[in-house]
Ligand binder design. Structure first.
Ligand code: SF4
Length: 365
C-alpha cells in the first residue's frame, strides 16, 4: 500500500533545521549560556526535543522571551514525509523523508508483535544521502554519495519514526539498526554524536545493546568504534567467502581485504565481547554454492560469529537474482553442520521495495 503525502504540514528542512537535535544536554546548556538563558534550561530543551516536540511555543516551561529567542536563532523542523508505503501484512512501513535541498532518505519501521515479551519496534535508519561504496548489488550505491547526514538529521529520523509509531497507537522505538542508506563508518563523527544523543537516559534511552551498526568493512573505524567502550552490535557485510569474489561485489575489499577486515573484527569482539553478525546476501549462482558455504565456514571458524543469511530483493538495475528458498536453507544447513550459528533473515517488506535505496530511486522516476 502506498501513499503520496501531499498535505504534510512539516516544511522540508535543511541541516540547519535539525541541528539542535544532534546536540546532547551539555551542548544545549552551553547554547543557553551563550544566549544569556539560564543554563538549566538546556536540560529542559533537551527533553522537549527528544520527546519530538519541535514547536517552541508548545514548550510551556520556557518563557515567551526564551521561546522567541530560540525560534529566531534555531528554527526547527522535522523532515517532511514525502512518501509512505506499508507492507500488506502490516509489519513493515517505509517512509521517504525529505530534508530539503534534494536530500531524500529512507526510514524503515519494523514491528514485531510478541505475546510473551514486549513488542519490538525497530527503526532502520540512514546515515548518508546516497553512498560512495558502490556495492554491486545495492540500489543506493548505484547513485553514488550525495552527502553525509548530520547528527541532527540522523536523530530526526528516529523522532519521525517515534511520532509515526505514536500515530499508529504503537509503543516506543525499542531497537535501532543503522542499515539504511549509506556507510555509517564513512560518516563516523556524526554517527557517534547521534548515537550518544539517542542513548541518553533522559532522551530516547535506547540501550547500546539494542543498537546495531552495519558496515561494509572499514577496519580502522571498526577498531576505533571498539575503543568507544560501547556494547553496540556490529554487523559486517561479508557477502563472499574469498577476496576475489568479495572484491567484485564490494569494491571496498580491494583496499581492505578479508584478512585485514577480520583482524579488525577480532579486535572488536575482544574489546566488546559482542558476537559479530556477518551479513551474507545470497545471490543466485554468484555466492550460494555448497563449496562457498564450506569456505565461509572455514573463514569464520573459531570466531564469535553469527551468519545472517539475507534473501535479497530483486533490483532490476543491479542484475542480481535472489537465490531460491531451497538454496538458502541448504546453505544455512551446511554452515550449521560445520558449527557456525546461522539464521535466514525473515523476508520483510517485499511488497514495498524493501531493499535499501529502492523507494528513493522510485521517487526519482
Ligand atoms: S550496501 Fe551499504 S555500503 Fe554498500 S553501497 Fe549500499 S548502502 Fe553503501
Amino acid at each position: 500500500m502506498e501513499k503520496n503525502i501531499t498535505e504534510n504540514t512539516n516544511m522540508a528542512c535543511d541541516k540547519d533545521f535539525c541541528a539542535l537535535l544532534g546536540k546532547n544536554e551539555a551542548e544545549l546548556r552551553e547554547i543557553c549560556r551563550e544566549h544569556g538563558l539560564p543554563v538549566y534550561k538546556g536540560g529542559i530543551l533537551f527533553k522537549w526535543l527528544q520527546a519530538g516536540e519541535l514547536v517552541y511555543d508548545q514548550m510551556t516551561n520556557l518563557s515567551k522571551a526564551e521561546r522567541s529567542l530560540l525560534q529566531e536563532h534555531y528554527p526547527l523542523h522535522l523532515p517532511a514525509i514525502r512518501r509512505e508505503q506499508r507492507s500488506a501484512d502490516g509489519t513493515t512501513a517505509k517512509l521517504l523523508l525529505d530534508f530539503g535541498g534534494g536530500i531524500l532518505v529512507e526510514l524503515v519501521i519494523m514491528n514485531y508483535q510478541r505475546q510473551q515479551s514486549r513488542s519490538r519496534h525497530t527503526l532502520c535508519i540512514s546515515t548518508q544521502a546516497g553512498c560512495a561504496m558502490g556495492c554491486a548489488f545495492c540500489a543506493t550505491g548505484l547513485s553514488g554519495l550525495v552527502r553525509n547526514l548530520t547528527a541532527g538529521e540522523i536523530v530526526a529520523q528516529v523522532l519521525q519514526g517515534q511520532l509515526w509509531l505514536q500515530r499508529q497507537g504503537l509503543g516506543k522505538v525499542t531497537n535501532l539498526v543503522l542499515m539504511g542508506m549509506g556507510e555509517p563508518f564513512a560518516n563516523y563523527e556524526q554517527v557517534c554524536r547521534a548515537l550518544r544523543v539517542l542513548n541518553a537516559e533522559n532522551g530516547q534511552n535506547i540501550g547500546w545493546r539494542r543498537i546495531t551498526v552495519s558496515t561494509c568493512g572499514l577496519p580502522a573505524q571498526i577498531r576505533r568504534f571498539a575503543d568507544e567502550g560501547w556494547e553496540v552490535n556490529l554487523a559486517v557485510s561479508l557477502h563472499a567467502p574469498d577476496d576475489d569474489l568479495r572484491s567484485r561485489l564490494l569494491p571496498v575489499n580491494r583496499r581492505f581485504p578479508l584478512a585485514e577486515l577480520l583482524a579488525a573484527c577480532d579486535y572488536y569482539t575482544n574489546k566488546t565481547h559482542r558476537r559479530i553478525s556477518y551479513e551474507y546476501a545470497l545471490l543466485r549462482d554468484v555466492n550460494d554454492s555448497p563449496r562457498q558455504a564450506q569456505v565461509l565456514a572455514e573463514l569464520l571458524a573459531g570466531r564469535l560469529a553469527h551468519v545472517n543469511l539475507i534473501p535479497v530483493n530483486f533490483v532490476a538495475e543491479t542484475g542480481f537474482w535472489p537465490s531460491s528458498d531451497e538454496t538458502l536453507n541448504k546453505f544455512a544447513a551446511l554452515l550449521k553442520k560445520r558449527g557456525l550459528e546461522a539464521t535466514v533473515r525473515e523476508r520483510r517488506g517485499l511488497d514495498i521495495d524493501g531493499a535499501c535505496g529502492q523507494l528513493r530511486r522510485r521517487n526519482d522516476e
